[in-house]
Design a protein. Structure first.
Length: 147
């Protein structure tokens, strides 16, 4: 027990065991507020930094098995998106074409479907062209955007 002065001039007894839970609660609140402020600062800094283009060295990471486990296989993604034969699809930023080939096969030129890809990086367009040529999909048009 500790002595505590009251505002009326007297003293009261306060049990120390009642103060300790409040101490950890204060630390918890301080930690939460600090975390919130830190995320706000990081968010403001990230908004000021202009996001760049995907570098060519990052291409292998776009086709990682872990990515397909998290998002699903390309076929499953196309199922969820409701892509069906005969559709005309615009793909913005196809990169090296990991989704483009399954997409082109899904919409199928035989059904009148087509895929138009718009990419701003010439290096990615070259990689996409190689992938499309290897897969022999005729229903894909690749355009270079201006950014």
């Amino acid at each position: 027990m500790k002595m505590k002065r009251s505002c009326t001039g007297g003293t009261t007894m306060v049990d120390v065991s009642q103060i300790r839970p409040l101490r950890w609660l204060g630390r918890l609140v301080l930690g939460i507020v600090s975390l919130y402020l830190l995320t706000q600062v990081i968010g403001r800094v990230m908004r000021r930094v202009r996001p760049g283009l995907t570098p060519l060295r990052a291409i292998p990471s776009l086709n990682m098995p872990l990515r397909w486990k998290f998002f699903g296989t390309p076929e499953r993604i196309l199922d969820r998106a409701g892509i069906s034969p005969g559709m005309q699809v615009l793909e913005i930023g196809p990169g090296p074409g990991f989704m483009t080939v399954p997409l082109a096969k899904r919409v199928s030129a035989l059904e009148g479907g087509s895929v138009t890809c718009v990419e701003i990086q010439p290096e990615m367009i070259a990689r996409l062209g190689e992938r499309l040529q290897t897969a022999a999909v005729p229903n894909v048009e690749v355009l270079q955007g201006d950014g």
